[in-house]
Design a protein. Structure first.
Lengths: 292, 285
């Protein structure tokens, strides 16, 4: 037995393919990105070491700053929406859902699995005004609120909200399910004891349920924050950064800088910046979860 | 006293009803757009002009699908997506399952470190690896081939696959392996003949996650392949809607529907695995 689970050759045979694939395609490029942010030029045609210049350039680039500010605004709106609505639905799952519970959770989860691009194309049609009214405008038209029948994606402010609404819509099923999982893990007698002590409704939720699902809240916040900080697909597929470049967020600006303008070193620096944002978010939330 | 209990009961009942109404609104909000998409895909061109967006289709106007498939080049995109997704799926499982087995069930010094090394990959934003990968593939001549996508999808699926496989391998009792060894199995036979057949559900969970990762990908596909013949569904959709989708709603809805159909089928068949896999993954990530 011992000799068999210690078999060095077998361990190599089992793990090497995965190690090689992962190291070459995932790990090495990440390290390479870090190095590359100190260079400028087109690979193959000659690149120059520029030290920290790309990083200085980042903070002097008004378009970059604009994209980061907009991205952070989007993060604030979407994270709040995903977490609060997701949590609200999870309470409904836990406290007022009796029949067809699994079916209903399955239905509300549905949008989570859809491709973001297809969802964006669908929402583009929902927000449409020409040549036909989309679902949303038709709805406002039907209830005679004609002042709300507008070209949602043609206006910078509304287009921003359109992206937010779509990304909240798409993800709440996931957060609802995650929170629901945490709520049903609360021991029944804890809830019963609290109820006997007079904690009901609002009080029960704020004093008992919320503190007990705090670890899951942190998890969801990490997930939602890192997901929204690197948002790419929904912006590209719904507004393509437009109208103009008013809804261009950090990942998309990074993509255009790299692959449209060919500034590989500078683009990579932006990617590192996004990674840095995600790490800071995770670090802060982890600190937050530790203090009682 | 009794009246206050009655009040409380009444309040509880009202709250329950409000809760159910709210839930009803959420159900409609989440599912109606998807139904609208499928229904609109069957509408004839004039229906978009004459009747409201809420109207049901008057018949099954299949021409939308035919147009999307041929004029919209969905036949090419669909085939590319299927090839890239399924080959990557196969590679990820073929590579991740044995590695996870060695990490979870075999005794060696660096097993824990190796696991941590793989799990680091779950947190990394894709955009960080994008440019170096592009340069690597360019030099290797992989750009504009489905291989660039297949390799990328299989590698980026590894961290999650290994996470799910190892958690499930840990729960297999060592006695089982011992018994198989006593019966004269080699370590390879233990893995392929004894352990792997027990892992059907785990494999299915990994399959669903990996499928969604590859099928739904946009950024890799639009970066590595610029030729029309090599585009996948998601990049194809972005192009297609730009071209003439603004005006022709029928074919657009049909192509969006086609792009989502495999996902919908997978979800209808394996929704339990999908939900379990995605929540497990979320908690780890």
């Amino acid at each position: 037995m011992k000799g068999i689970v210690n078999n060095k050759k077998a361990i190599m045979v089992f793990t090497l393919p995965a190690l090689i694939l992962y190291t070459v395609i995932v790990f090495v490029p990440i390290v390479w990105s870090l190095i590359y942010s100190f260079y400028e030029g087109i690979p193959g045609l000659g690149i120059d070491f520029v030290g920290l210049n790309n990083y200085f350039k980042l903070f002097k680039d008004p378009n970059f700053i604009k994209s980061v500010v907009l991205n952070l605004k989007y993060v604030a709106v979407v994270v709040t929406g995903q977490i609060t609505i997701g949590m609200l639905i999870s309470f409904l799952y836990a406290f007022s859902l009796t029949n067809y519970a699994t079916l209903i959770r399955t239905i509300i989860f549905f949008p989570v699995v859809l491709p973001t691009v297809a969802t964006s194309q669908l929402f583009a049609k929902i927000f449409q005004i020409t040549p036909h009214l989309g679902l949303l405008n038709e709805f406002f038209h039907k209830i005679s609120m004609e002042n709300l029948v507008v070209g949602w994606l043609g206006d910078p402010k509304l287009a921003f909200w359109a992206i937010c609404i779509m990304d909240i819509w798409k993800a709440i099923g996931l957060y609802a399910l995650l929170f629901y999982g945490a709520i049903i893990n609360i021991p029944k007698d804890v809830l019963e004891a609290a109820e006997i002590d007079g904690a009901r409704g609002y009080k029960l939720i704020t004093k008992i349920v919320l503190p007990l699902i705090k670890p899951m809240t942190i998890t969801c916040l990490v997930l939602s924050l890192t997901g929204t900080l690197k948002v790419f697909d929904s912006v590209v597929a719904l507004t393509n950064g437009g109208p103009g470049n008013t809804t261009q967020m950090t990942s998309m600006y990074m993509y255009n800088t790299t692959f449209v303008n060919g500034e590989f070193g500078y683009g990579t620096t932006m990617a590192i910046f996004i990674l840095f944002e995600c790490l800071v978010a995770m670090f802060v939330l982890n600190r937050f979860s530790k203090d009682k | 006293m009794s009246s206050s209990i009655k009040d409380l009961e009444k309040k509880k009942k009202i709250l329950k009803i409000i809760g159910k109404i709210l839930l009803g609104i959420f159900i409609i909000a989440e599912i109606y757009p998807i139904m609208w998409l499928i229904l609109s895909a069957f509408k004839a061109p004039n229906e978009f002009y004459t009747s409201s967006a809420f109207a049901l289709p008057k018949g099954f106007y299949i021409q939308n699908f035919i147009d999307a498939w041929t004029k919209g080049r969905m036949n090419i995109y669909f085939t590319n997506s299927v090839i890239a997704t399924f080959v990557a799926l196969f590679i990820t499982i073929a590579v991740a399952a044995p590695a996870s087995f060695a990490i979870a069930k075999m005794k060696w010094k660096l097993s824990k470190t190796t696991l941590t090394y793989f799990l680091l990959g779950i947190m990394v934003p894709v955009s960080v690896a994008l440019t170096p990968l592009f340069i690597m593939y360019k030099q290797a001549g992989f750009l504009n081939s489905l291989w660039s996508l297949i390799i990328t999808y299989s590698a980026f699926g590894l961290p999650m696959a290994i996470y799910i496989f190892t958690t499930n391998f840990y729960s297999i009792p060592d006695d089982l392996i011992e018994a198989a060894v006593v019966d004269g199995c080699s370590i390879y036979q233990v893995f392929y003949k004894v352990i792997l057949p027990l892992m059907k559900n785990t494999i299915l969970t990994v399959v669903t996650l990996q499928f969604l990762l590859s099928w739904n990908d946009l950024i890799f596909s639009m970066t590595f392949n610029s030729k029309v013949e090599l585009k996948t569904i998601q990049t194809g959709l972005v192009m297609f809607t730009g071209q003439y989708g603004q005006m022709e709603w029928g074919p657009i809805f049909a192509s969006i529907a086609m792009g989502t159909l495999p996902t919908i089928a997978l979800y209808l068949g394996l929704n339990k695995m999908v939900m379990e896999g995605m929540t497990a993954g979320a908690v780890k990530g």
